[in-house]
Design a protein around this ligand. Structure first.
Ligand SMILES: [Zn+2]
Length: 410
C-alpha cells in the first residue's frame, strides 16, 4: 500500500525544507528516494504547492471522557459514557493534525490505544501513562470527594504512599499497558482546592524508588511539577521529563540542563482559565493564573534560550473548559512567550517524539519513519503559525500513510 504526495513544500522538522517535493509513504513509512518504476499508488495526492509538515504531537493531554472540570461530576457519570466521549474527543484531536498524543494519566489510555491500533475507532497514536501516581492528598487525589470514591473509582491516579505501594503502582502501570509513569510530584497552581505548587508530595526517597522501579521496567517518568524547589527534588530523584515546569529560576534552569531533561509546557491551559467564565474556576484560581502567567511565559523563554528542550502539551482534559481539537493553542502560547516559530513547530513534532523516546519512528519527515504528516495551505507555517494552529487550515491528515481526516476529505 503506497501513498504519494506530489508538489509539496516540506518542513521536515530536521532543519531541512524541500520545495516542490514528492513524498512517498510505502507500507506506512516514509520513502524519500522516489517511486519504483510502474509503482501504483492507492492514494495519489496532488499537493498543489501546499505545505506538508510532520504529524503533530501533543505531549500532555488526558483521555477521560468527562464533560466537566468538576471532579464531583466525574464520579457520578455513568462509566459507560466515557469511552464514547473519548472517541469523539480524539477524532477532533486527529482532525486538528495531531497524529500522536501522550496521555498523561488516565485509566482508559491503554484500551483506547489498542482500539485505535486495531482499527476499531479512528484516533491518533496514543502513548498512555495509564493511572499516574499520587500521594494521599496529592494533586491526583481528588480532595473535594469522599476518600472511598476516589479509591474505588480511580480515573487518573493510583493513590499510594511509601516505597512498597509506589513499587506496586509502578508495576501495575506496566501490567495494564502503560508506556510511561506519570507522577504528581507536587501540588498545582489551579484546579486544586487543597494543594500548592511549592509542596512536594512525595519525599525525594520515594521519588527515587519510583524512578528506580520505572527505569528497571523500561519506563520513563514524567513528573507533574511546577515550582523550582519541587523541580530540583525531582531532578535529584532521577525523573526523565518535567510536566508543566511553570516557574524557573536560573539555578533550576542550570540543573535542568545538567540533567538533560525536557519540559512539556502547558501554558495555554492557564490562558483558558483567564478567559473562562464559570464556577469551574474560582476567582482566586483565576487571580493566581493572571499573576503568574507572565512569569511562566518568561520562564519558558529563558529555558529555551538556555538550551532546554521544550515540547508542547495542551493538558486538554474536559470540554468545554479545554476544547479538544484546540490542542495547537499551546504552540501559540509558546510563540507569545517569545519562542521562534520554527522552535514552536519543533515543540509540537520532533521534541514530542524525543520526550517519549520515539524519535526513531516519529516527529519528522525522514526516510524510514512512520508516515504521519499534515497537509496545510499554501502559506508557510514558518511565516504564520495559524496555518497549523487553526484546524480550518488542516487540509489533510495522514497517519501511517493513510489519509484519515482533514477538510479536503469531505
Ligand atoms: Zn495534565
Amino acid at each position: 500500500m503506497s501513498t504519494r504526495i506530489t508538489q509539496v513544500n516540506v518542513w521536515h522538522a530536521t532543519g531541512e525544507v524541500s520545495r516542490g517535493a514528492t513524498i512517498i509513504i510505502r507500507d506506512g513509512v516514509f520513502v524519500l528516494g522516489g517511486a519504483e518504476p510502474d509503482e501504483a499508488f492507492e492514494h495519489d495526492i496532488d499537493g498543489d504547492g501546499r505545505w506538508l509538515i510532520p504529524g503533530l504531537i501533543d505531549s500532555h493531554m488526558h483521555i477521560w471522557g468527562v464533560r466537566s472540570s468538576n471532579p464531583a461530576n466525574w464520579v457520578v457519570d455513568p462509566l459507560g459514557i466515557r469511552p464514547f466521549r473519548a472517541v469523539a474527543d480524539l477524532e477532533k484531536v486527529l482532525r486538528a493534525g495531531f497524529t500522536t498524543v501522550r496521555e498523561a494519566g488516565g485509566v482508559m489510555g491503554p484500551s483506547i490505544r489498542d482500539a485505535i491500533e486495531e482499527g476499531a475507532i479512528l484516533g491518533p497514536r496514543v502513548v498512555p501513562a495509564y493511572l499516574g501516581l499520587s500521594s494521599t492528598g496529592g494533586h491526583g487525589d481528588c480532595h473535594s470527594l469522599p476518600i472511598e470514591w476516589v479509591r474505588d473509582r480511580p480515573y487518573m491516579a493510583t493513590v499510594c504512599d511509601g516505597t512498597t505501594e509506589i513499587r506496586k503502582a509502578v508495576r501495575t502501570v506496566l501490567r495494564e499497558g502503560g508506556e510511561w509513569v506519570k507522577v504528581w510530584a507536587s501540588g498545582a497552581i489551579a484546579l486544586s482546592d487543597n494543594d500548592a505548587p511549592d509542596q512536594l508530595h512525595f519525599s525525594v526517597d520515594e521519588l527515587r524508588v519510583l524512578c528506580e522501579e520505572a527505569h528497571a521496567l523500561g519506563l520513563r517518568v514524567g513528573a507533574h511539577v511546577e515550582f523550582p524547589s519541587a523541580i530540583e527534588a525531582c531532578l535529584e530523584a532521577g525523573i526523565d521529563v518535567i510536566e508543566h515546569g511553570f516557574i524557573l529560576d536560573e539555578t533550576t534552569i542550570s540543573s535542568i540542563l545538567e540533567h538533560d531533561v525536557p519540559i512539556v509546557t502547558t501554558m495555554a491551559l492557564l490562558r483558558r482559565y483567564l478567559r473562562w467564565v464559570g464556577p469551574e474556576i474560582t476567582e482566586a484560581q483565576r487571580e493566581m493564573a493572571r499573576e503568574l502567567l507572565p512569569r511562566i511565559m518568561d520562564s519558558a523563554r529563558r529555558a529555551h534560550e538556555a538550551g532546554v528542550m521544550l515540547a508542547m502539551g495542551s493538558d486538554s482534559f474536559a470540554e468545554p473548559l479545554t476544547p479538544f481539537g484546540a490542542n495547537a493553542e499551546e504552540m501559540l502560547a509558546l510563540s507569545e512567550a517569545g519562542i521562534p516559530v520554527e522552535d514552536c513547530l519543533r515543540a509540537a513534532t520532533i521534541n514530542g517524539a524525543k520526550v517519549m523516546g520515539r524519535e526513531q519512528q516519529l516527529g519528522s519527515i525522514e526516510e524510514g519513519k512512520l508516515g504521519d504528516c499534515v497537509l496545510l495551505g499554501r502559506i508557510s507555517p514558518l511565516d504564520d503559525l495559524m496555518q497549523v494552529a487553526d484546524p480550518e487550515n488542516i487540509a489533510l491528515v495522514i497517519k501511517g500513510g493513510v489519509p484519515v481526516a482533514g477538510h479536503s476529505m469531505a
